[in-house]
Ligand binder design. Structure first.
Ligand code: SF4
Length: 312
């Protein structure tokens, strides 16, 4: 079945839209259909750039994938910290090599392509630089996996019977739910039900806290209501900062949920104003302004995957 371009919202899209509308255009409009080699080169190039990752994103994905693996394996066997840590470090190294060897040229959607390689950044200029830069991420992976196994607040989760799991993240899943007629993407990491019937949702974090963390958990609360029929009274949500062994509970009630709904509505409205059907072409990027080059916000451009399109 052919994919059709449609409007969708997610908390991360909203964050990106707030940071730079031009990057939003490239990601969701300019590069749409760019996987098709019959499309104009400009569109294919934008699509390929949209697939670029950075090492910190890759590290987060690897840790998520390995923690999910722990829960999926649990019915058969209990994986140990060292095994999972090695598995995660190997995944990171494999993806790094894929990018270094340029396998993405065969398929940008299948193989990792790092922005660090594409833009020939200093951090990958030679073996010594790679060892230092990559070593930092391998260490972060080890800290996070150890944090998962050693955090006292996660003990009950690690020890729980698999039949109490409500949700375990699946590889390459693009889960969505309906919010007042708009498709909303939001894939929870893990949720579990306790003996009292409360559902506890955990969002695994490989970095430090950010101002959007609580909002993201509110979006999951809406997901839980729609998809699992778990009302807010029975829902608990936590940010688990694995590297710090810190689990932070988020206060969610009807009032905060209403505020989140209002914020989502406003964000959807702002995005819809600029929306067009990219199945019909790349459209006009002008209504999606760049960040002014000499503004303080332009520091975002330094790590933007599209920076060559903006001459930054
Ligand atoms: S380089 Fe800067 S202005 Fe251009 S898309 Fe990226 S963040 Fe926006």
């Amino acid at each position: 079945m052919a994919l059709t371009h449609e409007f969708a919202w997610s908390a991360s899209r909203a964050r990106g839209f707030g940071e730079c509308k031009r990057a939003h255009y490239y990601q969701y409009y300019g590069g749409w259909l760019g996987w098709d080699r019959d499309e104009p080169e400009e569109r294919q190039r934008t699509y390929r750039l949209g697939k670029l990752q950075r090492m910190n994103m890759l590290t987060g994905n690897v840790v998520h994938s390995c923690v999910a693996r722990y829960f999926r394996e649990k019915p058969q066997r209990e994986m140990e910290a060292e095994e999972l840590s090695e598995m995660a470090a190997d995944m990171l190294r494999k993806s790094f090599r894929e990018s270094q060897e340029g396998l993405w040229r065969r398929s940008a959607s299948k193989y990792t392509h790092l922005a660090e390689h594409h833009y020939q950044e200093e951090v990958v200029r030679d073996r010594a630089a790679v060892a230092e830069y990559g070593g930092g991420f391998v260490q972060r992976i080890r800290d996070c996996i150890r944090g998962f196994f050693e955090s006292p607040d996660l003990a009950w989760v690690r020890e729980a019977a698999p039949d109490t799991y409500v949700h375990v993240e699946q590889e390459n899943s693009f889960d969505s739910f309906d919010f007042e007629g708009t498709k909303v993407f939001g894939i929870p990491d893990f949720a579990i039900q306790d003996a009292r019937g409360l559902v506890h949702l955990y969002d695994w974090k490989t970095g430090g806290p950010s101002k959007n963390d609580a909002f993201q958990l509110h979006v999951y609360a809406l997901y839980a209501d729609v998809e699992w029929e778990v009302p807010v009274e029975r829902f608990r949500a936590y940010d688990a900062y694995l590297g710090k062994r810190q689990v932070v509970a988020c206060e969610i009630d009807e009032k905060s949920l209403d505020e989140a709904r209002a914020r989502i509505r406003a964000s959807i409205e702002a995005m819809r104003e600029l929306h067009f059907n990219a199945d019909e072409g790349m459209g006009d990027a002008t209504p999606f302004p760049q960040i002014p080059a000499n503004s303080p916000e332009a520091r975002t451009c330094r790590s933007c995957r599209f920076r060559e399109l903006c001459d930054r």
